[in-house]
Design a protein around this ligand. Structure first.
Ligand SMILES: Cc1cc2nc3c(=O)[nH]c(=O)nc-3n(C[C@H](O)[C@H](O)[C@H](O)COP(=O)(O)OP(=O)(O)OC[C@H]3O[C@@H](n4cnc5c(N)ncnc54)[C@H](O)[C@@H]3O)c2cc1C
Length: 497
């Protein structure tokens, strides 16, 4: 196979001239919507994710550390997802004498972090082709290394702090369901190896029969396996936030920040529905919603609803027959099913990713843009249908299994991902707004990025250089990067390609 023939399609994947097949390299983000849209978090009527359903009696959900908002603090962190919560942690650790206020528009951690598919899967090869072409081999290798570092940091935190969040560590399997996608995956893997990337920790099975045995997926054409995790993301974030509060953080839920304006002596004023707060520093940890409060981010970070299904496996797929791995099942059109069984939890299986039904949802949102931050969507049958088809066609015996009450397809909910206009997150100080910092635009992949991106942001806040953050250079928010994106007005839009 001549890998020099590889060309790179739009943001959603890698393809070659001799095939229409596409290898998905941007989980959960199969298409780029109209980039101008934005919105604040939906104030009521959100769907409850499986994770949020499990914690209904937790007082952190509507916690307010003080009855009233303080008038003045050192830092206001807007957003209580994993980004805002970890940024607060590192600020408190490095600036113990300073006051940090965390504003959350709704319940604690009720954005994407509290609604995702529960996967922390460091990309160890699939994205290399796209990143290499767009950003060069050095940055591409750095991105893969950063994802590995992020996963290790998350696992270390959970282990060192005994966090009760159902952490599972085991082999995640990338499984092409089509010969052409398998060929493209092999090309990308070879290119990574030739570029000096680490590949020894990836177990490759090219033989379809063997791959079907390993993966238990009938139509598997290959299998790439490496270590990753699944976890209960709300519980992990809550653990960090509880420790933040013990260290002096002030968390104010149900407090939407509406605007940031100039105050006196270089301060910033945060205008909320409950009054104003003056501060020296602002951290925008608002991910998908970033452009609503910070208009300069419009077109750079765009909200898009995504679905996740919870499935209780039938008895034939339970007990010793339960799934033992997490998966990315790769379809020929660039679609992807992320499959995350709660192997050390209750055994329920989360199906996320961008399955073909997601395209239909994207098209509907394009025509109804007022839904771009609607995480009240639930039970979207045309997305669930594809999950049903997958398990019935590919998991032997599933279709004929006996389903009693309480087994099978239970529920699906929505969350809002924050698409970055060039496909990688924005970390750094807002140009022209000294003291305002951003860590956002994590696509459907933040769990494999934020455990290093948030501490990296705090290093920058503390005056350290970009290289000291250890993050890939392309994550840095700079005026030049914004200019490059703005000049590239036409597709491809997720676009670094
Ligand atoms: C359905 C779905 C499945 C996903 N699956 C995975 C997965 O399996 N693996 C993975 O790595 N990633 C996944 N992701 C992506 C991942 O969840 C995100 O990248 C990550 O959680 C982003 O974290 P965050 O803290 O930056 O943003 P969020 O968790 O969205 O937090 C931002 C917070 O800011 C608050 N906020 C926003 N604006 C304001 C305001 N003006 N005032 C006050 N508060 C405000 C919001 O309410 C929200 O709580 C998925 C996302 C979705 C939607």
């Amino acid at each position: 196979m001549d890998s020099s023939k590889t060309i790179y399609s739009g943001a959603s994947g890698v393809s070659r001239p001799d095939t229409s097949a596409v290898l998905n390299v941007e989980e959960y983000a199969s298409s780029q919507p109209d980039q101008g849209r934005t919105g604040y978090p939906k104030p009521s009527g959100q769907s409850l994710s499986y994770w949020l359903q499990q914690v209904r009696s937790d007082p952190l959900l509507n916690h307010r550390t003080t009855k009233e908002l303080p008038n003045h603090v050192d830092t206001v962190v807007i957003g209580s997802g994993i980004t805002g919560t970890l940024t607060t942690k590192h600020l408190l650790e490095t600036r113990p004498d300073e006051k940090v206020l965390v504003l959350e528009a709704r319940e604690f951690c009720s954005g994407a972090t509290g609604r995702n598919a529960g996967h922390c899967k460091p990309d160890q090869f699939r994205g290399f082709g796209k990143y290499e072409k767009a950003l060069g081999a050095e940055q591409a290798l750095k991105i893969l290394q950063n994802e590995q570092d992020t996963w290790e940091a998350l696992v270390s935190y959970v282990k060192e702090n005994n966090v009760d969040c159902d952490l599972w560590i085991g082999d995640t399997l990338d499984v092409p369901l089509d010969d052409e996608v398998a060929d493209i995956a092999r090309d990308v893997f070879d290119r990574l190896r030739k570029a000096g990337g680490k590949v020894d920790h990836i177990k490759v099975t090219d033989n379809p029969e063997e791959a079907a045995l390993i993966t238990r997926i009938k139509g598997a054409k290959a299998c790439y396996a490496w270590l990753a995790s699944t976890l209960q993301p709300w519980k992990l974030t809550a653990h960090v936030m509880r420790s933040n509060i013990e260290k002096g953080a002030n968390l104010q839920t149900y407090t939407c920040a509406r605007k940031v304006t100039n105050g006196e002596n270089g301060q910033w004023i945060i205008h909320t529905d409950r009054g104003d707060v003056a501060c020296n520093r602002v951290v925008h940890a608002t991910n998908a919603y970033s452009a609503a409060i910070e208009p300069s981010l419009r077109g750079l970070i765009t909200p898009k609803p995504h679905m996740c299904n919870k499935v209780v496996p039938p008895r034939a797929w339970s007990g010793t027959n339960a799934l033992q791995n997490s998966y990315a099942v790769l379809l020929p059109d660039g679609g992807l099913f992320s499959i995350n069984p709660r192997s050390v939890g209750d055994g329920a299986i989360m199906f996320g990713g961008s399955n073909p039904g997601q395209k239909e949802l994207d098209a509907w949102v394009e025509n109804h843009p007022e839904n771009c931050t609607n995480d009240g969507l639930a039970r979207i049958e045309y997305v669930t249908k594809h999950v049903r088809d997958l398990v019935e066609q590919e998991f032997p015996g599933w279709r004929d299994a006996e389903f009693g009450p309480g087994e099978g397809f239970d529920y699906s909910w929505s969350g809002i991902i924050g698409l970055s206009a060039d496909g990688v997150p924005f970390v750094g100080e807002l140009p022209g707004k000294p003291g305002q910092w951003v860590c956002a635009g994590h696509h459907g992949h933040g769990m494999a990025r934020i455990f290093t991106a948030a501490p990296g942001l705090v290093k920058l806040i503390n005056g350290q250089s970009w290289s000291e953050t250890g993050l890939p250079d392309v994550y840095q928010l700079t005026e030049q990067r914004i200019k490059r994106i703005e000049e590239k007005t036409a597709a491809p839009k997720v676009a670094i390609i």
